[in-house]
Write a new protein. Sequence first.
Length: 329
Amino acid sequence: MYKPGPKNLITDVEGITVGNAVDEKVRTGTTVLLCPNSVTGGVDVRGGGPGLRDVEVLSPENLVGRADAVVLSGGSVFGLSAGDGVAKAMSKDDIGLKFTPNMPAVPIVVGAILFDLVNGGDKDWGMDTPYHDLGIDALNNASEDFDLGNAGAGLGARAGNKEGGLGSTSIDLGDGLIVGALVAVNSVGSVFMPDGETYWAQPFAIGDELGGQKANPNQESATTPVPEDTKMGGMTPGTNTTIGIIATSAKLTSAECKRVAMMAHDGFARAIRPVHMPSDGDTIFCISGGSVEIPDGPMRSRRLGEIGAAAADVMARAIARGVYEAQKD
């Protein structure tokens, strides 16, 4: 039977660290995944209202195909400046591409933002938004241990009509192969079954990551396409979004990372209903740590499929865990 990695966090993948920073007054935050040793990366966008930073660098047909850091941030378009702060700080530490010894390092920093501008925080920031500095602070806080729930990009997020949050899980597939997920949940859709208490992702939960929740034997049938506890009543295009990252220790190509990110969106569908709405900006990145070789030939396709299937499972679990931890706070 498969089980989570030692921390049950995305940082169970070797070479991955995560940092959070928040502004309680503004009620917003930023999360940075640092992966300077990653060999490749990919991204897949399914929502109708995405907000993204430099994602084309991850396209398999383009030159670089990898990233040094992935930034998830609140703040809508203003949150994109968190990536600027991260890039400047990483360059100062000489992390990134260098073509001559004397040039500044050029970090590859990709990212996605979610909308949290109407959550009650003080957004009267004038010309000085907090996100540039939040990006730097989150980078400086990066470690193998980090907070979930009302933390980082999850602070101020809403999952349907309930508090959203930052979630993370992992799974150990054996032979050193780890798959982990990190996600900030700010969805139009609901993460709860019709009873309003049982998570859609409950069947995938491992151990007590959802407080040991069991299935409700008296659960009603899910016959309504749009549950009552969604944001549909006051929905505005581009004002939501669930953004996440899959990391794996497997050494993958950029195209294979793209495929894993595509498969991981099934985790969104298992945990949120409805999902990938026109008003969501749902985006998943995939980062290959590159510490575990997988075989070539027919077995490679089978192993890649296993990694993608695991990615969907850990993403579903991470979504529910992020909301669960936010409800606890």
